[in-house]
Design a binder for this molecule. Sequence first.
Ligand code: 5GP
Length: 180
Amino acid sequence: MSIASPPNIERVLFTEEQIDRRIREVAAEISRDYQGRVVKLIGVLKGSVFFLTTLARYVDAPLKVDFLGISSFSNKSGAPGVVRIAKDLDESIEGEDVLLIEDIVDTGLTLRYLLQTLSGRAPNSLSVCTFLDRNSRRLVQVPINYRCFEIPDRFVVGFGLDYNQLYRNLGYVAVMKPQT
Ligand code: 5GP
């Protein structure tokens, strides 16, 4: 189904077809790499939900799913990247092959926090799969095992990514018009 672009959209970066094709490619890589193992996808609420559910359907391996929710806020001096877990996983990941699913890695601060937290819970392995990567804004180096798309330094919405909780349900990824 095609929905008319909302007025705040400047241009489409990735169409539904491009997204679907790329997710299938990444899912094929994951299926190869996790052959003979059970992979546990951990989604970070809420942005990664759309990506995770599409990816999961294309992965050809026994698969479990769990979610965690985070809140991030600025510290007193206004610096970003103070993150805490607002909703924890339902189950232990001890001994499991965990694949953390992100919507976008930007500064890397959120991912660094999540990797530190999850690695302390003794998984058998811990890897990262992100839908979008904005490497140009990285503040801390973080390992990324699978990425669908590299994006320019513009705020994007769609396919799970929001602006004030809206636009998550767009089937494509788009650049927002600068907000005045
Ligand atoms: P990081 O900690 O890597 O700077 O930020 C990661 C989080 O910032 C993402 O999970 C996402 O919630 C938010 N974020 C960063 N860039 C964008 C963007 O272009 N669009 C949207 N909707 N969220 C973003």
